[in-house]
Design a protein around this ligand. Structure first.
Ligand code: DHB
Ligand code: FE
Length: 283
């Protein structure tokens, strides 16, 4: 039985990756954010995951508005960092685990999650930035990632989006699938997106720390309460892109009923986003 050894949840702002890749993380603007990431990196290193399941949303790199799966899993040998308009990040490719991905797909479909499956897939900032936060790996820093990966994508772009409760249940189903795998791999869950931010429209630049802090306080002890908040309320309280927090609920669902928060960090702002991070193990 493979074992979920912990979860990390973090915002996935593109410019966090650019700050790492261009070596400006000690600049006054970025230093408080990156200082807060150091304990999370230690947490992940100590967990030594063989496989990292990354819950994120594609932002138009692989799927555009004409064809958007609600949920999907990639099952490729490797994943390159794609070009989102400012050039691909110069980081090593991510090594996949097709057999493990297919196991998850088969198990989830049997468990009534009828998701899409991708045999070729490039990853965007939603994936690569959290991986760099968790493992290091700015341009040139590492020759290879110390973990195999499984990209799990959730639609947070094109309405209708999946409901918070459905996302939590997806996480629970991922947990059952991992536990049904015959190997003894150590699995890290990496939930991405959020916290409050809105990138367009009249409220572009909107951030809402009281909502974020409430979410950070609740996700460990009472995630069910967060699943009862309607999706529209997430958008009202955390901004349109703040709805990405539903992917933190996938990650939380993949953990056991009781978790211990090992570390959290919150910093306003990174670009247009209130940046949050949490590290959890089973209690
Ligand atoms: C920003 C945040 C995001 O979550 C994203 O996907 C793109 C940009 C930002 O704050 O710049
Ligand atoms: Fe995003």
């Amino acid at each position: 039985m493979a074992r979920i050894v912990g979860a990390m949840t973090t915002s996935h702002v593109p410019s966090i990756g650019i700050a790492m890749d261009t070596g400006i993380t000690h600049d006054p603007y970025w230093k408080p954010l990156f200082d807060g990431y150091a304990p999370a990196k230690d947490f992940v290193r100590d967990l030594a995951p063989d496989i990292t399941i990354v819950i994120y949303n594609d932002h138009g790199l692989e799927v555009f508005l004409d064809r958007v799966p609600t949920f999907g899993i990639a099952a490729a040998e490797r994943y390159e960092s794609g070009d989102e308009g400012w050039g691909p990040r110069r980081i090593p490719p991510f090594q996949g685990d097709p057999a493990f991905s297919w196991h998850l797909i088969e198990h989830l479909v049997a468990d009534e999650f009828d998701l899409s499956m991708f045999q070729e897939w490039q990853v965007d900032h939603g994936f690569s930035v959290p991986m760099s936060i968790a493992f290091g790996g700015r341009s040139g820093e590492i020759a290879a990632w110390p973990t195999r990966v499984v990209p799990v994508v959730v639609n947070t772009i094109q309405f209708p989006l999946p409901q918070p409760l459905r996302c939590f249940k997806l996480g629970q189903a991922i947990r059952r699938a991992v536990q049904a795998w015959p190997g003894d791999e150590r699995v890290l869950i990496l939930g991405t997106g959020g916290m409050s931010h809105q990138l367009q429209g009249e409220r572009a630049g909107f951030m809402h720390p009281p909502f974020d802090r409430m979410f950070l306080d609740m996700i460990g002890p009472d995630p069910e309460a967060l699943t009862r908040i309607p999706l529209g309320t997430y958008m009202k309280e955390a901004g349109h892109e703040g709805a990405e927090l539903i992917m933190w609920l996938v990650a939380r669902g993949a953990m056991g009923a009781h978790v211990r928060e090992v570390y959290k960090h919150y910093h306003v702002s990174a670009s247009l986003t209130a940046a949050g991070l949490g590290c959890y193990v089973e209690a």
